[in-house]
Design a protein around this ligand. Structure first.
Ligand code: URA
Length: 212
């Protein structure tokens, strides 16, 4: 697995404002959206394209367009939904599948409560959106899910990751035959005893959508 921490002053600036506990939900949503678009630019560096020729007003020009099958974007509900618009801004023709996963706050185990994905993902490049890679339980299960359906590659876009989550994902992936990349704005220090990333930004779902 490849982990790519994107080093850019605009990303660091927006992430710092996201972390700030004084940032309210509307501002948090806007910053998360902008941050995802910046991360998506890096995350799609290997998106498959094919050659195409177009006619400019002056002459033919050779270029590229996104190849088929289209990339599949998979937000993990609920917090991943706050990343969808930012991703689709760069990949408007991608298809979107949904995975609903919730982690038990005591055992920290992830369970799937909703799926809306193509049965066959052969040849598909998948982009999973999950803001926080904490224990890695949710993302590990999501990657496994996509690999079982034949995904060609999986790129996970996370606002923040913890070392424990990266290690867990590496373990899960040892038995899978799919290339996985994690693209993130920062690798934080550790998890606390409640499974929160430190220093992190708190509960991403609550900060996006309120405590429900
Ligand atoms: N999920 C969150 O929303 N925040 C964390 O710090 C860890 C998991």
């Amino acid at each position: 697995m490849r982990t790519h921490v994107v080093d850019h002053p605009l990303i660091a600036h927006k992430l710092t404002a996201l972390r700030d506990e004084r940032t309210d939900s509307p501002t948090f949503r806007r910053l998360a959206d902008e941050l995802v678009t910046l991360l998506a630019y890096e995350a799609t560096r290997d998106v498959r394209v094919e050659p195409v020729t177009v006619a400019t007003p002056v002459a033919p020009a050779t270029g590229v367009r996104l190849a088929s099958p289209k990339p599949l974007v998979v937000p993990i509900l609920r917090a991943g939904l706050g990343m969808l618009d930012g991703m689709m801004r760069l990949l408007p023709t991608a298809e979107v599948g949904f995975l609903g996963m919730v982690r038990d706050e005591e055992t920290l185990q992830a369970t799937t409560y909703a799926t809306r994905l193509p049965d066959d993902l052969s040849g598909r490049q998948c982009y999973v959106l999950d803001p926080m890679l904490a224990t890695g339980g949710t993302l590990g299960a999501a990657v496994q899910f996509l690999a079982d359906r034949g995904a060609e590659s999986v790129t996970c876009i996370c606002l923040l990751v913890a070392p424990e989550g990266i290690a867990h994902l590496d373990e899960v992936l040892a038995s899978l035959n799919v290339p996985v990349t994690v693209v993130t704005a920062a690798l934080d220090d550790r998890l606390n005893e409640l499974g929160y990333i430190v220093p992190g930004l708190g509960d991403a779902g609550d900060r996006l959508y309120g405590v429900v």
